[in-house]
Ligand binder design. Structure first.
Ligand SMILES: NC(=O)c1ccc[n+]([C@@H]2O[C@H](COP(=O)([O-])OP(=O)(O)OC[C@H]3O[C@@H](n4cnc5c(N)ncnc54)[C@H](O)[C@@H]3O)[C@@H](O)[C@H]2O)c1
Length: 277
């Protein structure tokens, strides 16, 4: 089923939990995508990954250095880094896979126009979430009446979030029962919990109704898994999905399924037969 088309040199921007595991597994699977360049603000993370990979990708000291060395870019850094990375990739006509989907939602118009102008694609993987195929189908005919996402994680998954109040920080350490950290719109959620609500951003983008999406973020000291629950009601009927993800061992904010979702996207790009909408 696999093609052996040229033009599969891949640059990674961000060599943390997602970047490093995706790179290792692409190599293990003998994917036609070859990691040829790495960029990370933590140069040591990029150097360590380069040593681990058989392809020994070049470690770049600046973002702009990756573009002559790649045909594709995988952004797996942060919401803050993702806008700059996406703009530079599109300007260099390199298709980009963006894991930090919150950055896309906050800059949707600008990035969509740039992708169109440069005739270069921008991919937003499903990440840690199931059900986006249904959300996209649900809006094809008739209206979506309500849409919500509730993300629940163990407290350590929220440590260091920029939007935590002093009271919430204390509760994360001490509370024995689940409590809401956030209830509101998706843009506020991204600003307060950028590393935790990419799934909400991706849902908002898939629904094309960011203003209607209700986001709830819950810390639960009894939880061992990262859970995301979507509910959609519309003319099509009702849709409910619950995804319970094992957190990545490298980064408890990130679910293992998010890493696997990036791998599934690379598989889709390689295969001649596609399944799912
Ligand atoms: N779409 C989803 O469902 C989903 C799921 C999980 C994580 N994510 C997002 O994917 C991104 C990566 O996640 P992760 O778990 O690999 O994070 P991580 O913290 O394990 O790794 C991020 C790496 O990026 C590097 N980095 C930070 N800023 C950078 C910059 N400006 N330029 C280059 N490198 C930079 C860091 O040094 C680190 O090595 C995060 O933004 C995260 O929120 C998305």
């Amino acid at each position: 089923m696999r093609s052996s088309r040229p033009g599969r040199r891949l640059a990674l921007v961000g060599c943390g939990a997602i970047g490093s595991l995706v790179a290792s597994l692409l190599e293990k699977r003998k994917s036609s995508f070859k990691v040829t360049a790495l960029f990370d603000v933590n140069v040591e993370a990029a150097q360590q990954l380069s040593k681990k990979l058989k392809s020994h990708p070049v470690v770049c000291k600046e973002l702009r250095q990756v573009f002559p060395k790649c045909d594709w870019v995988l952004e797996a850094a942060s919401v803050k880094a993702a806008l700059v990375t996406a703009e530079a990739s599109l300007k260099n006509r390199k298709p980009i896979i963006m894991m930090s989907t919150g950055a896309f939602l906050l800059n949707q118009k600008k990035l969509t126009q740039l992708a169109q102008k440069q005739t270069t694609k921008l991919y937003l993987p499903s990440g840690a979430l199931c059900g986006l195929d249904g959300v996209k189908a649900a809006r094809q005919i008739g209206s979506i009446e309500s849409i919500s996402i509730t993300s629940t994680k163990p407290p350590k998954g929220f440590f260091g979030a920029p939007g935590l109040t002093a009271k919430q920080k204390g509760k994360l350490e001490k509370s024995k029962s689940a409590f809401y950290l956030y209830q509101g719109g998706v843009k506020g959620a991204i600003q307060r919990f950028p590393a935790n609500v990419n799934v909400a951003a991706t849902t908002a983008i898939a629904s094309q109704m960011p203003g209607r999406l209700k986001v709830r973020v819950v810390a639960d000291p009894t939880a061992t898994l990262n859970q995301h629950e979507i509910r959609v009601v519309g003319q099509f009927g009702e849709l409910m999905t619950v995804t319970r993800n094992r957190p990545s061992t490298m980064n408890p904010k990130t679910s293992a399924l998010a890493i696997q979702s990036a791998l599934a996207l690379f598989e889709r790009l390689e295969n001649y037969v596609e399944v799912g909408s």
